[in-house]
Design a protein around this ligand. Structure first.
Ligand code: SF4
Length: 461
């Protein structure tokens, strides 16, 4: 058996793709390793969304190179591959900056990794820039990928890729290509395989997932709402999530489904990026802040206990104090369960990168700090509101401490429970005993004695 180390950077789509790369390489005798030390092959599955992200790759490659050199001295070797969005964006430049890299492969052609490995191993393409594939192939990789191995209780399932929105700060349309929706039978087959391998929860992935429009069984085109209803019929599947959505593609059928489909979790990641109409326009988001408010309002009407997360960029070119104040105002109004916030990072090849009115770093730092303080405050308040409440948790991983297990509530909160190993991989009712900044602590109801349970539940009354 050959050892394969795959490191994923960035989004859940990359995590999904890394799993599929392991499935593609398994027939060549590669099994996954926890570390690159002593590995026969290393794949860095990269993210290009921010400058810092892509620069990180080259420093990581420097460390891996030393291990490759060490193995060479012992008569061994190592294949180094760079995959993902940096591979797609930088291509041959990676070979010139890091000539010890053997393979460069884009997100749409990693199903051809076996051929690229063969090129390196038997056709002397080691370290000479020949093993590269950045195609957007006619035939989708999904048609050529083996069945997923899966095995987790919570799994990702890619249903849509690419994006046609062309927000002026974003590289995705250039690195992942145009929107492509997989057909329903293929998705359904993969969902069945994953649930047969133990998945209870599926997160449907897409760069613009709610723009999904795939071919159905009878050749008709169906949207995300219909696809979710279809998948919800799988008895073993208890929870469905989807990410990442665009406000423009939250159609009324999908919104209404949040009120009717109990397997659809009451938590939605809905990026807005800014609260200022002027900045939303400059970002080419194609909607204003009021439009976003209305979508949130409709969702809360359909499912009153729904909670939201979002993405925010501060310091977008031209952002004034008033624009930033509008973002803060929107965040206060919506009240997020959690949210991601970043300083604007000019990406080569994106329209916003060439804009004159770049915001000074110090101003970006100041605004980011203010925004993150507000978001953390909201997240802690949201978590504290769960103390004394009972909620269902899917336990999918070990905790830091002996006997501790961790899982996710329906609202995507991280929940940890002591002495719960027996419940790993199961959906269990938990009474929440503590709400913290980014997690909850609780006790499995079955464990809590009646008096303890009543005391805990009474705490909130
Ligand atoms: S919708 Fe999302 S993925 Fe598409 S261009 Fe905009 S930010 Fe990028």
């Amino acid at each position: 058996m050959k050892k394969l180390y795959i490191k994923s950077y960035g989004c859940q789509m990359n995590v999904y793709d890394s799993g599929r790369m392991a499935d593609v390489l398994a027939p060549l005798g590669f099994t996954q390793a926890e570390d690159y030390i002593d590995s026969d092959m290393v794949v860095l599955n990269t993210c290009h969304i921010r400058e810092k992200a892509s620069e990180k790759i080259y420093s990581e490659l420097g460390r891996i190179r030393q291990e490759k050199e060490r193995r060479k001295k012992l008569g061994g070797d190592m294949i180094i591959a760079v995959a993902g969005c940096v591979a797609q964006a930088e291509g041959h430049e990676i070979f010139s900056r890091a000539p010890f890299v053997d393979i460069v492969v884009g997100p749409q052609s990693y199903h051809r990794l076996p051929e690229l490995v063969a090129k390196v191993e038997s056709h002397g393409a080691r370290g000479n820039g020949l093993a590269i594939d950045l195609d957007f192939p006619e035939v989708s990789k999904f048609d050529l990928l083996p069945a997923p191995s899966g095995g987790g209780v919570s799994e990702f399932l890619s249903i849509q890729e690419g994006c046609d929105q062309f927000c002026t700060f974003c590289v995705v349309p250039y690195t992942r290509g145009a929107e492509y929706s997989r057909n329903v039978p293929e998705i359904y087959r993969e969902a069945l395989t994953l649930t047969q391998n133990g998945a209870i929860e599926l997160t449907l992935l897409g760069q613009n997932v709610n723009a999904y429009h795939g071919l159905g069984l009878d050749g008709e085109t169906i949207n995300l709402a219909k696809l979710i209803r279809h998948l919800a019929k799988i008895p073993a599947l208890k929870r469905i999530r989807y990410t990442t959505s665009h406000p423009l593609d939250m159609d009324d059928e999908l919104i209404a489904l949040h009120g009717t489909e109990e397997k659809l979790m009451p938590f939605l990641h809905l990026p807005v990026q800014s609260g200022s109409d002027a900045i939303l326009k400059a970002m080419n988001r194609k909607h204003d802040a009021d439009y976003y408010r209305k979508v949130i309002e409709k969702l809360r009407h359909a499912r009153p206990d729904i909670a939201f997360s979002s993405d925010f960029i501060v310091g977008f070119p031209g952002e004034t104090d008033e624009d930033f104040a509008a973002t803060m105002e929107l965040v206060r109004e919506i009240g997020y369960a959690q949210a991601y916030s970043f300083k604007y990072s000019p990406r080569p090849g994106t329209p916003a990168a060439d804009k004159e009115s770049q915001v000074p770093e110090a101003v970006k730092d100041e605004r980011l700090q203010q925004l993150q303080e507000l978001i953390s405050h909201q997240q802690r308040k949201f978590n504290e509101s769960f103390v004394g409440r009972e909620t269902e948790v899917l336990f999918d991983r070990k905790g830091k401490y002996e006997g501790q297990i961790m899982g996710r509530s329906p609202w995507m909160q991280s929940v940890h429970v002591k002495d719960g190993e027996a419940y790993a991989g199961r959906l269990m009712p938990v009474v929440i005993t503590e709400g913290r900044g980014s997690s909850l602590a609780g006790e499995i109801v079955e464990f809590a004695s009646d008096t303890r349970y009543n005391t805990l539940m009474r705490n909130t009354k």
